[in-house]
Write a protein that binds this ligand. Structure first.
Ligand code: TXA
Ligand code: MG
Length: 310
């Protein structure tokens, strides 16, 4: 307990000096910096090798801290009350007087905001006088990090500090909903869309493959382990690693399990780390069995389809 407090203090010290630190969230690790400081935000883009036109998500402790920066709507309040803190990101209208660095939004008038649930990250956010811009802690287009060792694998000594919060509980990124007009899902994620629809009492639009300006992050290649990957595979080829979600009677050396019980939640949690392991084991090709396209399975399939554009 005491060491958690001192780790949070250490992270704060770096952040106060406009340095970037990696932070644990319930979805994936983030690479965080002061969202009000252009200097910090620039460092995030540079470390991640991320194109400057791809805006960042800003993380807040709660709605009170958000009010200075964004206009809030009825739909936002409904979803916030039900799901926050949690794995959902909202696109809201930025207030003209907000102190958010222009680099965060690529000068757009909207801001992506999120209220992460991880208790250590929440303690850190509470202790700061500014919100944190934080994209996923990985080099652009690669696999997100779900534990401290992944972050170190991605950035090595280039990153000043990793605030260790163990393995991420959900393992895939937040669901993104655009609330500027009709509620529209921009990215499948950790929160099931059916739950969102229940709260809003209506169907939401789904535009996860936009080619226009609003979601420049939805590039074709993303979440890639850096080797080719095939989906919906019944039988792997000889040299492929085979990724499964339920136990087979006979298992071979190249079989890797996301889950042994057809558990989609567990599969999401294991997805990125298993792909990392397969690559480290030396495979050059990955085959994945069909994943049911329901609940968080939709998010897994979305990530795999982008990763397979390699
Ligand atoms: O779970 C998550 O959301 C993680 C953790 C660290 O919070 N963060 C994350 O950030 O996944 P990132 O940067 O890897 O993905 C953010 C996505 C990008 O695709 C970006 O284009 C989109 O959000 N985005 C950011 N600001 C936006 C905006 N104003 N309008 C539309 N899309 C936006
Ligand atoms: Mg990312």
């Amino acid at each position: 307990m005491k060491s958690i407090q001192s780790n949070i203090k250490k992270a704060k010290k770096y952040l106060d000096k406009n340095q970037c630190v990696a932070v644990p969230t319930e979805t994936v690790y983030g690479l965080a910096g002061n969202a009000y400081s252009g200097l910090s935000v620039k460092k995030i883009f540079k470390l991640k090798k991320r194109p400057m036109n791809n805006p960042l998500i800003v993380h807040y402790f709660d709605i009170n801290k958000l009010k200075k920066d964004c206009h809030i709507s009825d739909n936002f309040i409904k979803l916030y009350e039900k799901f926050c803190p949690g794995p959902i990101t909202f696109i809201l209208k930025l207030k003209p007087k907000s102190k958010i660095s222009k680099l965060v939004t690529n000068k757009q008038k909207s801001l992506a905001v999120r209220f992460p649930k991880h208790p250590i990250f929440r303690k850190l956010l509470k202790s700061l006088s500014y919100p944190l811009a934080a994209p996923s802690a990985n080099i652009s287009t690669g696999l997100s990090s779900v534990q401290a060792s992944d972050v170190i694998e991605e950035f090595g000594s280039k990153i000043k500090y990793v605030l260790n919060g163990g393995k991420c509980r959900i393992g895939v990124e937040s669901t993104i909903i655009n609330l500027l007009k009709k509620p529209t899902i921009l990215r499948f994620g950790g929160l099931d869309i059916s739950k969102i629809q229940k709260v809003l009492k209506k169907k939401v639009l789904i535009k996860t493959n936009l080619k226009n300006k609003i979601a420049p992050g939805q590039f074709p290649l993303h979440y890639s382990p850096g080797i080719p990957l095939r989906t919906n595979v019944k039988k792997p080829k000889k040299n492929e690693a085979f990724v499964l979600i339920k136990k087979r009677k006979t298992s071979f050396k190249n079989y890797y399990y996301l889950s042994k019980k057809n558990d989609l939640q567990q599969s999401a949690k294991n997805l990125y780390s298993l792909l990392r392991t397969i690559k480290k084991d030396g495979y050059k090709l990955i085959a994945i069995e069909k994943i049911p396209n329901k609940g968080i399975g939709k998010t897994i399939n979305d990530r795999l389809s982008r990763a397979s554009k390699y």
